[in-house]
Design a binder for this molecule. Structure first.
Ligand code: NAP
Length: 297
């Protein structure tokens, strides 16, 4: 069992760090809002640190799961130019694993920074949401060196249903972008299909039953059709996060030349749902911009 640090005890990080402790690893946590770290230690044991640097000192593995690029820079490289970042505390040979969804550019930059410190890193964004984190059944898409992956896999197993090593530094983050691009298109289709079924006065449960075993089947249909039909959106993966993720994909597409007309359009649709007060609502709230008759609002 390993000496680990986990930085960022949000919706995802709190249960993920919990699975590490339950698997028998020695876990030191850091969270910006200290009360969450107190609650974590009370529930899972382990210890808490006052700064990311302190958490990383002496750890074999340092995990992060924070919000966006700026947040990750702050907890790794230090806040406001300070020396409190995790990288200042890393021992030579330690392995850094980031589970946040951030730009591939930042993942590559952190990887290069750590190489010069004699450490390795893996960008390892996750899919599966809060439920996946709590059940320890996340899908993890990884970028980094083979040897680092071999070391990290058995530890990440504590909260994973699937771990795939896609390529070198940044490949995990670009794979997560593919994931979000696919989700955006699927949700646009499910939203229109559901509104069309309502406009045709069909029994929505029977429609789902009829088509979810065929070629229209999707995770979104299986897990969101019923709540979309009930106008229930106050749960799940927030539109604010999805817009961050689509922004990362659109930025990357400007560099790699890929054409993302649907993702760009859905991103603007989400801006409309945000303007309707949907910032923290689940991504399935995309349907709210379609009137019940199937007309655009
Ligand atoms: P969250 O609940 O908002 O938690 C964010 C965490 O990051 C909190 O611990 C927060 O600390 C910390 N943090 C933010 N900015 C910070 C800063 N500048 N310095 C130090 N700590 C900072 O977010 P989440 O839902 O766990 O998501 C975390 C990451 O996973 C995001 O990149 C998200 O896109 C990705 N993700 C989320 C889901 C999901 O369903 N939620 C699914 C897949 C991937 P405080 O407690 O002090 O605010």
């Amino acid at each position: 069992m390993s000496k680990t640090a986990f930085i960022g005890l949000g919706v995802m990080g709190f249960p993920m760090a919990g699975h590490l402790a339950a698997a028998g690893h020695q876990v030191t946590v850091y969270n910006r809002t200290a009360s969450k770290a107190d609650a974590w230690v009370e529930r899972y044991g382990g210890s808490k640190a006052a700064t990311p640097r302190e958490a990383a000192e002496g750890a074999e593995f340092v995990f992060t799961c924070v919000g966006n690029d700026d947040d990750l820079k702050s907890v790794t490289l230090g806040s406001n130019g300070g020396d409190d970042g995790a990288f200042a505390g890393l021992s030579e040979g330690a392995l850094f694993v980031d589970h946040s969804t951030v730009s591939a550019d930042l993942a590559r930059h952190l990887s290069e920074t750590l190489q010069s410190q004699g450490c390795e890193s893996i960008d390892a964004p996750v899919s599966g949401g809060q439920a996946g984190a709590e059940k320890g059944k996340l899908a993890i898409m990884c970028g980094g060196p083979d040897a680092a992956m071999a070391r990290a896999m058995p530890v990440m197993d504590a909260y994973a249903a699937r771990i795939v090593h896609v390529g070198g530094p940044g490949a995990g983050q670009t794979t997560k972008m593919v994931n979000q691009i696919c989700i955006a298109g699927v949700l646009a289709g499910v939203s229109e299909g559901l509104r069309f079924a309502q406009a045709s006065s069909l029994d929505l449960a029977k429609v789902k039953d009829a088509i979810s075993g065929g070629a229209a089947q999707s995770w979104q249909m299986d897990n969101r059709w019923d709540s979309m039909a009930d106008d229930h959106f106050d749960f799940g993966f927030a539109i604010d996060w999805m817009r961050k993720d689509l922004g990362l994909a659109l930025d990357e597409a400007r560099r790699n030349g890929a054409s993302l007309p649907t993702a760009a359009t859905v991103d603007q649709y989400y801006a409309e749902v945000q303007a309707m007060g949907g910032n923290r609502q689940d991504t399935s709230a995309l349907i709210r911009r379609l009137g019940k008759s199937g007309e655009r609002r």
